[in-house]
Write a protein that binds this ligand. Structure first.
Ligand code: SF4
Length: 63
């Protein structure tokens, strides 16, 4: 199934895992991680899934 959207919900603890697992899609900000605008979601689908599975607070949602 194609990924149409990736969303990070509230509650990020800035662990850095998503950015290190999938650096072309996720960036750490000062208060939360964010999805990089224009990131290629299809190209990165495997690491997006891995990041979502690895997030300790389970706030990375894939649509
Ligand atoms: S893996 Fe989850 S908690 Fe860690 S920086 Fe990314 S969104 Fe935040």
């Amino acid at each position: 199934m194609a990924i149409s959207k990736v969303k990070i919900e509230d509650g990020c603890v800035l662990c850095g895992l998503c950015e290190s697992i999938c650096p072309d899609v996720f960036r750490l900000g000062d208060e939360t991680a964010a999805v990089i605008p224009g990131a290629d979601l299809e190209e990165n689908r495997d690491c997006i899934q891995e990041a979502a599975d690895s997030c300790p607070v389970e706030i990375i949602k894939i649509f």
